[in-house]
Structures are given as structure tokens and as C-alpha cells.
Design a protein around this ligand. Structure first.
Ligand SMILES: [Zn+2]
Length: 172
């Protein structure tokens, strides 16, 4: 396994819809393994293909941080098929490191997509897992959480990033 380079905002790959995954082969398995390693090392609870420079619709997630194997998911070609309720909470992104903002999301979410072998399945997520499913599926559509907050809050996030960039503390 290898740790992959994280892509940070404003790299344009993060703001364009990714292509469908059509081949479920050894290369995809290797990519998924490397993405899990990269996500755990960061540490983070979700990581989409575009965040490691792969413009394909796929993500890995584990809201247990590696403690519970049943929380470990790979999904390709995700689609959100159910959204219920509301939750408010701080959200971050490995592509916008160290900055968090309150984002309203649905409380209960079901995503449908393909597993590592190309078999269709669904993930049901509540609270953090629901938030994560929405956040990672958004990445596949070229949407970042900063596109889901008010213009005022977005300006605040951008100001923080510019400050970090000027200080040379923002990853290229
Ligand atoms: Zn993210």
C-alpha cells in the first residue's frame, strides 16, 4: 500500500463532475487500498477519488476511524436515493485542511452504488455517516462543502485560506 498525495482546493479537479467507474479490476482494488491508507493517515473519515487526483466517481469512508471493520466502505458510482430529517454540525474536508464550517445536512441518508467487485449495494447512514455519504457523493459531482454554506460563511473560509496561503502554510 502507498500513501497518495492529497489534492487541495482550489485545484479544478475538485470542482468538476467525475467520470463513472466502469472497470472493477486489480487497479481499482489497489487504488481503494491506497485511499484507505491515505484517509486513515490524514486522519479523515472519508476520501473521494478526486481528492487524490483520480477523476472517477468513487470514495472510501470509515466513520469509526478504523475501529469497526463493518464501518469500512468503498463505493463507486454513488447515488443518494433517500434523505430524511436535518442535522447541523461542523464539517471539514481533507482538501480544505484545518478549516471547519457549520453545514446543514440530512440526518438519514441511503446511498446506492457499486462495491469493489462492481456489485450494486446500498449504505444507510445516520448522523456522521449520513453527513459523510452526502459529502463524498458531492465530491463525485464536483461539489465542496463550501458550496453548501452561505456566501458570508464561504467568504470567511476563503479569507482563512488566503491568510494561510500568504503565510506559506497552505499545501499547494
Ligand atoms: Zn471532502
Amino acid at each position: 500500500m502507498a500513501r497518495l498525495q492529497l489534492v487541495t482546493w482550489p485545484n479544478p479537479i475538485l470542482e468538476n463532475p467525475a467520470e463513472a467507474v466502469t472497470e472493477f479490476n486489480q487497479d481499482l482494488k489497489k487504488l481503494a487500498d491506497d485511499m484507505f491508507e491515505t484517509m486513515y493517515a490524514a486522519p479523515g473519515v472519508g476520501l473521494a477519488g478526486v481528492q487524490v487526483g483520480i477523476a472517477r466517481r468513487l470514495f472510501v469512508m470509515d466513520c469509526s476511524g478504523g475501529k469497526d471493520p463493518s464501518s469500512r466502505y468503498f463505493m463507486a458510482n454513488p447515488q443518494i436515493i433517500v434523505q430524511e430529517g436535518k442535522q447541523d454540525g461542523e464539517e471539514g474536508c481533507l482538501s480544505i485542511p484545518g478549516i471547519y464550517s457549520k453545514v446543514q445536512r440530512s440526518l438519514r441518508v441511503i446511498a446506492r452504488g457499486h462495491d469493489i467487485n462492481g456489485k450494486e449495494y446500498e449504505i444507510e447512514g445516520i448522523e456522521l455517516e449520513g453527513r459523510c455519504l452526502l459529502h463524498e457523493t458531492d465530491h463525485c459531482d464536483g461539489i465542496l462543502y463550501v458550496n453548501r454554506i452561505s456566501p458570508l460563511k464561504r467568504e470567511l473560509v476563503q479569507r482563512k485560506i488566503r491568510k494561510l496561503q500568504r503565510a506559506g502554510e497552505w499545501p499547494a
